[in-house]
Structures are given as structure tokens and as C-alpha cells.
Design a protein around this ligand. Structure first.
Ligand SMILES: Nc1ncnc2c1ncn2[C@@H]1O[C@H](COP(=O)(O)OP(=O)(O)OP(=O)(O)O)[C@@H](O)[C@H]1O
Ligand SMILES: [Mg+2]
Length: 252
């Protein structure tokens, strides 16, 4: 049965989407089958992988108009795309009974088909994010190794705790990913230390370095392994995937 992972941080631009794409692609490199879910109305994940406009996106599925319709990026690598329409979903579902469970229900028929389902959350803590947390085994928090990295984290922890208590007992913070790390910068090193103090063992040992190839790949509509498999970005995300697999196995 596939594991469901949400990448969450309500702070914008910390590396959620980049991590979803490249953890996903890294797992595919390791021979696994992966489904990515673009749950962000900005549709950055969809655009970054060059998915052409589809008849059915996550929006129609969430509205109950269709089942999940994955688009195949390449062998063993699927994505359910998003569109800007999704920005209306939170309002449109406000009176829907069981509205936090919509995504969980949508995953039921496909969960056996994948090793990992990885969800790209929007930079907010609204209904879409609640849906992601309600169906996830793990939430991973990417943190940019810059000033204010930890600001607002109390709020994220509160939301996770509430979801765990009320909606999804199995939910765990599965890991914290330090992103855009530059070892030459004292500030970056200091922030990594602070992150370790706050999250302890949860922090992945792999640091995702600041690497221009990671920013260039989306412009070529591809993941880092397709763009430049020798880049630091590819090495880091592959190392992170191996670490994730170890953790998931230990916990199983
Ligand atoms: N390790 C990295 N090195 C260099 N650039 C990076 C790295 N990770 C992400 N970026 C770049 O930083 C920007 C923000 O990253 P990304 O879109 O993944 O963040 P996000 O948390 O998904 O943002 P949002 O909250 O808007 O959805 C992007 O332009 C991305 O290409
Ligand atoms: Mg994003």
C-alpha cells in the first residue's frame, strides 16, 4: 500500500514544489511508482512539469465531477494537475458535509497502484491543506535556511496536532527538509543549527543545497534528473529519497 506524504509550509517560496517534483522523480529513479498531486491553485507543479491542459484536473475531482485522472509524465511517474479554478474550491465546498475527507476518498481506488503519493500544498492552512493532512501518513516541512525560517511554525504544529486529534490519528511529522542551503553563508549554517534544536531527529541529514539547476529545470519543464542528473540538486534529492526510504522502512 502506498504511503501518502504532504509537503507543507504556509510560508511561500521555501521549496515545497521543488521538493515534491524532485523527491517524486528521485523515487522514480530508484525504481518506485509515484503519483504527484498538485493541490495548489498556482499550479506551479503542473506548469513545472509541462503538463498540457487536461480535461480533468484535481479541481473537478474535488468537486465530485470525476475520479482522479492522472497524467503520465514518464514511466512510473504520474501527476494529477491543478488549475487556477482550484482557488474557488475552498469557498465552493464550505457547506459540504465531510469536506475534509474528499481527498482521502479520491485516493482509495488508486492507493494500491503507487509506492508514494506526494502532495504539493498551497502556502496556506485552509481547506485544501486540511484535506491533504487528513489523508496523509506523513507531513514533511521544507524550511529555507534563511532568517525567519522558523517563524510561524507554532501555527503549523497546532494545525497538524488538531488534524491528528480530530481527523487522522496516523498523521506524523515525518521529516523536516532544510532547503537552499549554502555552506559558505554563516547565516545558513546558524539557521540549520536552530532547525536542529527545534526539530531534533526529525530533520533529514541531507541538506538540499542552493543549486541553480533546481531553479532552471522547471523552465525546461522537467525534473532535476531529466534536466541535469549530475547536478548537486540531483545528488541531494537522490540522497534525500534514500533517507526517506530508510525512515519509512524503520517505521514500518
Ligand atoms: N535548492 C534550491 N536551489 C536554488 N533554487 C531553488 C531551490 N529550491 C527551490 N528553488 C527556487 O526557489 C523558488 C521557490 O521554490 P518553490 O516554488 O519550490 O517554493 P514553494 O514553497 O513551492 O513556493 P509557494 O509557496 O509559492 O508554492 C523557485 O523559483 C525555485 O526554483
Ligand atoms: Mg509551491
Amino acid at each position: 500500500m502506498g504511503k501518502i506524504i504532504s509537503l507543507l509550509n504556509h510560508k511561500g517560496g521555501v521549496g515545497k514544489t521543488t521538493s515534491v517534483i524532485n523527491i517524486g522523480a528521485g523515487m522514480v529513479e530508484l525504481g518506485l511508482k509515484v503519483l504527484l498531486i498538485d493541490l495548489d491553485p498556482q499550479a506551479n507543479l503542473t506548469l513545472s512539469l509541462g503538463v498540457p491542459r487536461q480535461k480533468y484536473s484535481i479541481y473537478e475531482a474535488i468537486k465530485g465531477e470525476c475520479e482522479l485522472v492522472p497524467f503520465t509524465v514518464r514511466e512510473r511517474f504520474d501527476i494529477v494537475p491543478s488549475t487556477l479554478d482550484l482557488s474557488g474550491a475552498e469557498m465552493e465546498l464550505v457547506n459540504e458535509a465531510g469536506r475534509e475527507y474528499i481527498l482521502r476518498e479520491l485516493f482509495e481506488p488508486v492507493i494500491e497502484d503507487y509506492d508514494f503519493i506526494i502532495i504539493d500544498c498551497p502556502p496556506s492552512l485552509g481547506l485544501l491543506t486540511l484535506n491533504a493532512l487528513t489523508c496523509s501518513d506523513y507531513v514533511y516541512i521544507p524550511l529555507q535556511t534563511e532568517f525567519l525560517a522558523l517563524q510561524g511554525l507554532t501555527k503549523i504544529k497546532q494545525v497538524i496536532d488538531k488534524v491528528k486529534f480530530r481527523l487522522n490519528k496516523k498523521l506524523e511529522i515525518g521529516g523536516v527538509i532544510a532547503t537552499m542551503y549554502d555552506a559558505r553563508k554563516v547565516l545558513n549554517r546558524d539557521v540549520v543549527q536552530t532547525i536542529h534544536k527545534y526539530f531534533g531527529e526529525k530533520v533529514f541529514k541531507t541538506l538540499i543545497r542552493d543549486n541553480v539547476a533546481l531553479a532552471e529545470a522547471p523552465a525546461q519543464r522537467c525534473d532535476i534528473f531529466a534536466y541535469n542528473s549530475k547536478s548537486n540538486g540531483a545528488q541531494d534529492y537522490l540522497a534525500l529519497c534514500k533517507e526517506i526510504l530508510e525512515r519509512v522502512e524503520v517505521e514500518a
